[in-house]
Write a protein that binds this ligand. Structure first.
Ligand SMILES: C[S@@+](CC[C@H](N)C(=O)[O-])C[C@H]1O[C@@H](n2cnc3c(N)ncnc32)[C@H](O)[C@@H]1O
Length: 312
């Protein structure tokens, strides 16, 4: 694996750390360690008794986390999906004791910047797109076997790509004579199959995003992680989620709304709001990056931070 030296600028850093309302002696989990920008800011607020566990699927993120763990006894790192949050918490005997959880979902800058990871249509590399290249099938392997309808559905539902069917057909026709194995090959093919270009957007943007979300099972893993996060938090513990995509943000928004509403009883059922047993309360409104942050980091433009607090 090519080790990346490029940096990842953490988005909404101050807002996220404020959202977690870090208790100096608390127990925290960063479910998406990346290069540890948020993790370091959380550690800066912890005392010697505080603990932070980082999780990430990506081996390069784990290497970065191991380096941090060597110099900071309060921090540890595990390579796994955040959808395995409960089992990590169980291993640490932290059930109901976790004071804050952060999920900064999506891809890190090094994942996009290193061509060999195969996430970017702007760089030529093997068509991989796996957050953990040692698990599951790569984008190239999937595109070699999926049928037109499956590809079209992924492009339409996960990328909101209106030319999904057309692009899927072009993929299937191409692979009959040439295997699609590189990012540039796929990007060029999508470019040719797209009848027109959106302003300031490469025609492959939506399809690459859709394939990445599909290959990494991102939406299902997010749903699993949200439920587990609420279950393992201590009363008063905070959950902060940063999403970069409208489909992800919709999942977070709906989950928070349902958990804050409590039991799903018929509308006229004779109970008070408290008796509905709400699991969380919403903390403030959705937070977006300031103009100052956007000027520094254009990747923050689609970031949305939502915050919830666990109730009794
Ligand atoms: C936006 S980056 C996080 C950056 C981090 N907050 C920082 O400041 O460096 C997202 C990270 O989440 C990881 N990731 C994405 N989905 C994951 C999942 N289901 N489980 C664990 N890690 C995941 C990616 O590998 C990537 O390193």
């Amino acid at each position: 694996m090519i080790e990346s030296y490029s940096e990842h600028l953490p988005v909404l850093l101050n807002e996220t750390v404020a959202a977690l309302a870090v208790k100096p002696d608390g127990i925290y989990i960063d479910g998406t360690f990346g290069r540890g920008g948020h993790a370091r800011a959380i550690l800066a607020q912890l005392s010697d008794k505080g603990r932070l566990l980082g999780l990430d699927k990506d081996p390069a993120a784990i290497v970065a986390g191991q380096k941090l763990a060597q110099v900071d006894q309060r921090f540890s790192i595990a390579q796994c999906s955040f959808s395995k949050l409960s089992s990590q918490v169980y291993d640490h005997v932290w059930q109901g004791k976790v004071d804050g959880i952060l999920l900064d979902i999506g891809v890190s800058s090094p994942q996009l910047d290193v061509a060999e990871r195969g996430f970017s249509f702007q760089k030529d590399g093997p068509l991989d797109m796996r957050m953990n290249p040692d698990a599951g099938i790569s984008a190239a392997q999937w595109l070699a076997i999926a049928d037109i309808d499956e590809i079209a559905t992924v492009l339409k539902t996960l990328g909101e790509e209106r030319f999904g069917k057309r692009i899927a057909r072009a993929i299937v026709e191409t692979r009959e004579h040439t295997p699609i194995t590189t990012t540039k090959q796929l990007a060029n093919l999508i470019d040719k199959a797209s009848p027109f270009r959106e302003k300031h957007k490469h025609p492959a943007t939506r399809s690459f995003q859709a394939i990445r979300i599909f290959i990494n099972n991102e939406l299902a893993e997010l749903e699993l992680a949200l439920q587990q996060a609420v279950d393992v938090l201590a009363v008063g513990g905070r959950l902060a989620v940063i999403s970069f995509h409208s489909l992800e943000d919709r999942i977070v928004k709906r989950f928070f709304r349902d958990q804050a509403r409590g039991d799903d009883l018929p509308a006229n059922f004779p109970v008070t709001v408290d008796q509905l047993n709400p699991k969380i309360r919403l903390v403030g409104k959705a937070v977006k990056a300031s103009d100052a942050e956007l000027a520094q980091n254009p990747r923050a433009r689609s970031a949305v931070l939502r915050i919830a607090e666990k109730l009794a």
